[in-house]
Ligand binder design. Structure first.
Ligand code: HEM
Length: 462
């Protein structure tokens, strides 16, 4: 395995502490903005020629791209106190950051207190209680599709995972309101997609993207206000044992008290972070499976022997080992959070290079998960590669779909359980015949969206 101080050609680099990492030339004023905007994932690929740490500049902000697991670990775990989240509105000076007071974006003491409180809703016991809702909601959605219907998997799964999220964590039925949430998710993604050059403009310029975002946010905030109002009107706030009760009943008790703004931002955060990612994971998994009849067969044999004709429950999960490998491999090839972003709050030393305070840092799972130094045939979907042997020899941060360190995904267990319970319900009932390309063009915004809908035709299995 290459050591982190070697470049892509295996040549030892000679560096001094004073050097910033090497990187591709950019244009005056705009740096590498056009190269990144053209195709961010291809840019990561080409940038790897400069080594495991690559300097570039985007929208006037200096960036370092991090391409070795050892440095990923240093930034997310060991030196996590010397970085904070990079926010995409750092480009435009926009003070109107999405859910800035929620746990995804908050920092320091505020983040620590929120995270400690929220953790209580994600214990194994809590999550296992959500199992039956997950399978019931999935069954209702599957039953609503007609035979021969042509559906967009990304939209259908987004509706499904949003229903699961709101019914488990908020005990709230979105009904027709889900359209507004989908619009916001789209607007958030487009507002951080570097292919839209207008994201680099100052926020006071009313670009169509900015206006679309603001309109969608107004609708979204109105929904969140309804969710809070309806629950507050309920007789006993602590009657229910979900995330919303936890947030509301902490008010005035010894628990952390959310301000009204934080409460709203917290719900916005979970509505966005908790369904969009899982929906993408289902979309790419089903897409990959349509191309792999042998793996579909392996899965169905496992489900027939472990589940018979019953719906899966959380207690079946330890036995669903093929399902686990399929999902692990799908999250490797198509990590819904394709990169995590940080900003250095101190001068950092990384692999002998200097990363000055204020530098933005890109840590792309998408690229590390496809690095041939760590994976054989990295572009191929091979669930069987996930043997104990591979897991033992793989550097820890060569695979990190849920991030790492103190800011790792709080919903990881929830998401993995949801995926493992929903996938059998989808595929035992239905054969999805892919109508779109098997290798979709990707549109990396906040999450790894397909550039076009991924469409499939529904066939009921006998
Ligand atoms: C396949 C599904 C999912 C993936 C791939 C995923 C991925 C991630 C990643 C990579 C991070 C770290 C971001 C960073 O370090 O900047 C993160 C954070 C987060 N995720 Fe997830 N996530 C998923 C599902 C969920 C679900 C289901 C929920 C909620 C129910 C959720 C809620 C959150 C929250 C609140 C954070 C912020 C945690 C913090 O900063 O303390 N995620 N997620």
């Amino acid at each position: 395995m290459a050591s982190p101080t070697q470049d892509g050609s295996g040549v030892q680099q000679s560096v001094t502490q004073a050097d910033v990492p090497p990187g591709p030339d950019g244009w005056p004023l705009i740096g590498n903005t056009l190269q990144v905007a053209n195709d961010p994932l291809a840019f990561f690929e080409r940038a790897a020629e400069y080594g495991d740490l690559v300097r570039y500049e985007l929208g006037g902000v200096p960036f370092t791209l991090v391409l070795h697991p050892e440095y990923v670990e240093q930034l997310l775990v060991t030196d996590s106190d010397s970085v904070e989240k990079f926010q995409f509105n750092d480009f435009s000076g926009n003070s109107n950051q999405f859910a800035s007071e929620g746990v995804l974006c908050s920092e320091g003491e505020q983040w620590r207190k929120q995270r400690t409180l929220l953790q209580n809703a994600f214990t194994l016991d809590h999550i296992e209680q959500y199992g039956a809702i997950m399978t019931d909601v999935a069954t209702v959605h599957v039953d609503s599709w007609d035979t021969n219907e042509n559906i967009a998997l990304n939209t259908a799964f987004s509706d499904l995972t949003l229903d699961i999220l709101t019914q488990t964590l908020f005990d709230f039925d979105m009904g027709r309101r889900s359209e507004a949430v989908t619009q916001v998710a789209r607007a958030i993604n487009e507002r951080s997609d570097p292919r839209n050059l207008s994201i680099f403009l100052p926020s006071w310029i009313p670009t169509p993207l900015q206006r679309q975002y603001e309109t969608a946010m107004d609708k979204f905030e109105a929904i969140v206000d309804t969710v809070i109002k309806e629950r507050r009107r309920a007789d006993n706030l602590t009657d229910r044992d979900d995330l919303l009760s936890l947030l509301l009943s902490a008010e005035g008790t010894e628990g952390y008290q959310h301000s009204d703004e934080e409460l709203r931002d917290q719900l916005l955060t979970f509505l966005f972070a908790g369904h969009e990612t899982t929906s993408l994971a289902l979309t790419y998994t089903v897409l990959l499976l349509t191309q792999n009849p042998r793996v579909r067969q392996q899965l169905r044999s496992e489900w027939n022997s472990v589940l018979g004709s019953a719906n899966p429950t959380p207690h079946d999960i330890p036995q669903l080992t093929v399902t686990d490998r399929v999902l692990t491999e799908s999250l490797r090839l198509y990590p819904p959070a394709f990169a995590v972003f940080r900003k250095a709050t101190d001068d950092l030393e990384l692999g002998g290079y200097r990363i000055p305070e204020g530098t933005a840092i890109t840590i792309p799972q998408y690229r590390l998960h496809r690095d041939p130094r760590f994976y054989e045939s990295p572009e191929s979907f091979i669930p069987d590669r996930w043997t104990n042997e591979l897991e033992n020899e793989l550097p820890e941060y060569a695979y990190f779909p849920f991030g790492g360190g103190p800011r790792h995904c709080i919903g990881m267990r929830f998401a993995m359980m949801e995926l493992k319970l929903v996938l059998p319900i989808l595929l035992q009932e239905i054969e999805f015949e892919l109508l779109s390309s098997a290798t979709p063009e990707l549109a990396p915004g906040t999450t790894l969206q397909p550039a076009e809908d991924v469409r499939a035709q529904i066939q009921r299995r006998e």
